[in-house]
Ligand binder design. Structure first.
Ligand code: COA
Length: 147
């Protein structure tokens, strides 16, 4: 496979969006016994969907949700299991931060799974608040000033 990875926007409702949901389901929901298609996806048309494409195939995804004038939230960050640890997650996060910065948001936040926190800390994120449970597993709110 061509290992070059391109990061670009996915249009909501497109075939690529359907692939995005499949990847999110495979990496983030099925391992927890959950189903992405049972999530409330009705507001996703308002979100910014970002995909990593390696050799033309979708290999990673990240969704941005605008919370208010100051805060934009990163969510649903997932990289294909066979391609994790090769820098795709970092590329997705850096692309999303640049987009958020260009849009004028000073702060990126997220609800991060406990096991993924070292990944985000490497990219400059810090814990804000206490541990809580989401999709059955421990999470922390993380934040980063991006302005
Ligand atoms: C977490 C995830 C998005 C990271 O993406 P990735 O492509 O595997 O990560 P990268 O290869 O870009 O890693 C960047 C750096 O973080 C490190 N890293 C990645 N995942 C890590 C983890 N779980 N724990 C510790 N370090 C990690 C890498 O070793 C790398 O370090 P380096 O720069 O010193 O080489 C991906 O592994 C994934 O999809 N995991 C399963 C789903 C998940 O947990 N999503 C996050 C939900 S909040």
């Amino acid at each position: 496979m061509n290992t070059e990875t391109e990061i670009r926007i996915i249009t909501h409702g497109s075939d690529e969006y359907r692939e995005e949901l499949e990847l999110r389901n495979r990496i983030l929901r099925i391992p927890l016994g959950l189903d992405v298609y049972k999530d409330d996806l009705s507001n996703e048309i308002m979100d910014i969907h970002i995909g990593a494409f390696s050799g033309g195939a979708l290999t990673g995804v990240l969704v941005l949700t605008i919370l208010n004038d100051h805060e934009i939230k990163m969510r649903q960050v997932a990289v294909d299991a066979e391609l994790q640890g090769k820098g795709i997650g970092r590329k997705l996060v850096e692309f999303s931060e640049q987009m958020a910065r260009d849009m004028g948001f000073p702060k990126m936040t997220m609800h991060a799974r406990l096991e993924a926190i070292p990944f985000y800390e490497k990219l400059g994120y810090s814990k804000a608040g206490e541990q809580f449970t989401e999709v059955t597993i421990p999470h922390f709110k993380l934040e980063k000033t991006i302005a």
